[in-house]
Design a binder for this molecule. Structure first.
Ligand code: NAD
Length: 400
């Protein structure tokens, strides 16, 4: 019998939903590169229901308890005396989502002698100290591709929202105004603009494909070059470094994982090399950017706008400067946890657990760390080391 600790975000303030806005979800057959969607033996939830909050339990309780395991589900993850800390001593598996991450630091891993696996119900496992997991031989797995397209849709929404000045214009409507000049004094078309993605993996490439019909000029940099046929099809300009891309792009979008090589890649120095008035969209990880350098660039006009849904730490304290900086279009971390995405990553988490308990291999594409080193997608997209430093700040958050 194993103990599984699952850290999820809180239910809605008005309680767990009794009904939903829509009756069904579209049926997807495969992901764009042909990878199959999650293939658990069964699921015990209704796709389209809220699975990512505490009462949704990722639809896992029936399966785990039927197999004799203990499931603890909590949103209490930060600060002294959190339920996560209390339950770690005999936990075999910890599951959490990047939206409300259980920061699995080296200290926490050291206090969990029975821990064998850390599962990210979603994509992006930087909230785990991957070096500490490697050193202890702990497996780290995530549900690759489950929400990559969801995030790409958010990037497109935020690009259009910033460039066309959507949020300030919406705010004039709710204030009872008709202030056309106020709305349009910062409003442009994206047509003809140059957009560049830092990383062209599953999300970055999808962003490029979605923005192509807007007649934007497309750029990318990645440590893995895309196939020539894809570069030709999308008329892509490849850049070998950040400076070369940011010098020419009107819109820059970050789509790489957070790891020691990418931490704070956007800082006061690199921002100086952006085109003046560029828009920066970051739905990848907050810590890719130096928080205060982004604020300063918005205040000086070096950046015309910044939008994204990722912060550091998470949840972001009430006084996090990105909540109040000018010309931003931030949301809480939601792009990868639409009801559509939740159905996929709940099923993928179940698939990973079934493999683990039945002694079957976990799909290579789901692996970040295994057997003491980076593996699968981890070996392709991450570098060894730790990016959780400073995560204890998350304890300052108080729910409103
Ligand atoms: P992916 O593994 O398909 O792509 C990652 C790409 O980043 C790879 O092509 C890799 O070569 C590239 N890369 C890594 N390090 C780089 C570097 N130093 N310079 C340039 N390129 C580099 O992953 P994906 O599905 O596209 O997701 C990417 C990231 O987006 C995740 O790791 C996660 O941090 C973030 N994400 C956010 C959300 C959200 O809800 N906001 C959801 C999913 C993923």
């Amino acid at each position: 019998m194993a103990k599984i600790v699952c850290v999820l975000y809180d239910d809605p303030v008005k309680g767990y939903p009794k009904s939903y806005a829509r009756d069904d979800l579209p049926q997807l057959e495969r992901y764009p590169d042909g990878q199959t969607l999650p293939t658990p033996r069964a699921i015990d939830f209704t796709p389209g229901t809220l699975l990512g909050s505490v009462s949704g339990e990722l639809g896992l309780r029936k399966y785990l308890e039927a197999n004799g395991h203990e499931l603890v589900v909590t949103s209490s993850k930060d600060g002294a005396g959190s339920v996560l800390d209390r339950e770690l001593h005999d936990a075999e598996i910890v599951i959490s989502q990047p939206f409300w991450p259980a920061y699995m630091t080296a200290e926490r891993i050291a206090r969990a002698p029975k821990l064998k696996m850390i599962v990210t119900a979603g994509i992006g496992s930087d909230h785990t100290d991957l070096q500490a997991a490697m050193d202890r031989g702990i497996t780290v797995a995530e549900v690759t591709y489950c929400n990559s397209n969801s995030v790409a849709e958010h990037v497109v929404m935020m690009t259009l929202g910033l460039v066309r000045n959507y949020i300030p214009s919406y705010n004039w409507v709710t204030k009872g105004g008709w202030n056309i000049a106020d709305c349009v004094a910062r409003s442009y078309d994206v047509e003809g603009m140059h957009v560049g993605t830092v990383a062209a993996g599953r999300i970055g490439l999808r962003v490029l494909r979605l923005l192509k019909p807007f007649d934007m000029k497309l750029h990318y940099m990645d440590r893995h070059r895309l196939p020539e046929a894809v570069e030709r099809e999308l008329n892509l300009t490849h850049h070998t470094n950040l400076e070369s891309l940011t010098r020419v792009c009107d819109v820059v979008t970050l789509n790489c994982p957070l790891h020691p090589e990418t931490e704070h890649m956007i800082n006061a120095d690199s921002l100086k090399k952006f085109k003046r008035g560029a828009y920066l969209i970051n739905t990848a990880r907050g810590k890719l950017c130096d928080t205060n350098a982004v604020v300063a660039a918005l205040e000086s006009g070096q950046l015309a706008g910044y939008a994204g849904d990722v912060w550091f730490p998470q949840p972001a304290p009430a006084d996090h400067p990105w909540r109040s900086m000018p010309h931003h279009g931030m949301t809480p971390h939601i792009s990868g946890t639409s009801l559509s995405a939740q159905a996929r990553y709940a099923a993928g988490t179940r698939e990973i657990l079934e493999c683990y308990f039945e002694g079957r291999p976990i799909r290579n594409e789901y692996l970040i760390v295994q057997g003491g080193s980076l593996a699968g997608v981890g070996a392709h997209s991450y570098s060894a080391g730790n990016a959780t430093k400073g995560s204890e700040e998350a304890a300052r958050f108080r729910q409103k």
